[in-house]
Design a binder for this molecule. Structure first.
Ligand code: GGG
Length: 352
């Protein structure tokens, strides 16, 4: 198979982990006889530095022209303490999602058995947890009108959802539930928010089309609690942009670390595959970042964008073997892991 893959490392540890993800794609192409052609583009803080724009037109054109995108992370601490900054790395991320129509963000919360001890949650509660989140990605409070009023003394962010937007992500989640445990949990805040009441109405209206799927609705506060108390009760979860952003960071503790969670953003055109973690400048350049979320993102890319199931499963098996062999980064180390067993950036590739 011949495919064009755009590599967009972005900022901070995005650079180092994406290199490992790409290495794994190179190895897979060699092993299975595919021809993957790579190009690279700037996004985030590095793009602002080079062009003044977090998502330069050149990057967007390359994105549209590619068959899939392996992305790292965006962000820089200099913007965290400068709330007045007009241009920010994250604007590139949001613009990319909108421009490419990436409305569905799939975040699998997969717990590798070897990492049962790495979580602060008790192993007997965690064992067997396997959740697939669908985070809506192009609506909600992230994209509504925002601004200041009352002489700059009041700020607002408008949350908006249309029926169409809820229905299309809802359908994706129902379809996915059909291929898994046949359970769908829709998370909202319908006791308070009008957008959530519409959300619930639309999911309820879809349910009769999927009689084989057991549907439940949970308020986001209750879902946050149940994720930690009883993660095995969840199969597929569908939720709005903001709730999904927060709940999946929480759910990363089920998998042991944010450094283990990959994601796929799909919709109208080229799919984008990236770790759910950010740029983590505090550990950038120290060789201690966990590259497995990028490696697992490469596995999602092969499966979802190219339909290469065997190749994707080969990567997941290699990650499983690495962990069984005791390789760890600090974020997933536990009391039984020897400190010298630090996963370096080559290790993920050499297992293939
Ligand atoms: N790889 C994910 C990433 O770069 N996250 C940084 C970020 O700002 N995320 C906000 C979001 O995902 O909406």
């Amino acid at each position: 198979m011949k495919k064009n893959i755009l590599i967009v490392p972005g900022d901070g540890i995005g650079q180092e982990v994406t290199e490992v993800g790409k290495n794994v794609l190179v190895k897979i192409a060699e092993k299975f006889g595919h021809e993957f052609v790579y190009d690279e583009a700037l996004m985030g803080h590095v793009a602002i530095e080079a062009t003044g724009n977090p998502l330069p037109d050149e990057t967007l054109s390359k994105m549209r022209a590619s068959d899939a995108i392996l992305f790292g992370a965006v962000g820089h601490p200099k913007y965290d303490n400068d709330p007045t900054a007009k241009v920010r790395p994250e604007q590139g991320l949001l613009k990319m999602r909108k421009e490419l129509g990436l409305y569905a963000n799939l975040r699998p919360i997969k717990l590798f058995d070897e990492l049962l001890g790495a979580s602060s949650i008790k192993p007997e509660i965690l064992k067997g947890s396997d959740i697939l989140f669908f985070r809506e990605l192009t609506g909600d409070i992230y994209f509504g009108e925002k601004g200041r009023k009352n002489d700059n003394n009041t700020a607002f962010d408008l949350a908006e959802y249309s029926r169409y937007e809820v229905e299309r992500i809802g359908r994706k989640a129902f379809e996915a539930a059909r291929t898994r445990g046949k359970k769908l949990c829709s998370v909202d805040k319908a006791n308070v928010l009008e957008t959530s009441r519409l959300w619930r109405e639309v999911i309820q209206a879809l349910a009769p089309e999927y009689p084989d799927i057991e549907v439940e609705h949970q308020f986001v506060d209750s879902a946050a609690m149940m994720l930690i108390k009883d993660p095995r009760r969840f199969d597929v979860v569908v939720t709005a942009n903001l709730f999904g952003d927060i709940l999946t960071d929480e759910a990363s503790q089920i998998a042991g670390s944010m450094g283990m969670l990959a994601s796929a953003s799909v919709g109208d055109s080229t799919g984008v595959y990236e770790p759910i973690h950010g740029s983590a400048h505090d550990i950038t350049g120290k060789g201690i970042a966990n590259p497995l979320a990028s490696v697992l993102s490469a596995a999602l890319l092969l499966d979802i964008s190219f339909g290469l199931k065997e190749e994707s499963e080969t990567i997941i098996a290699a990650v499983d073997k690495l962990l069984k062999d005791g390789f760890r980064t600090r974020d997933i180390a536990d009391a039984t892991t020897a400190p010298e067993m630090i996963l370096n950036t080559q290790a993920a590739g050499t297992e293939l």
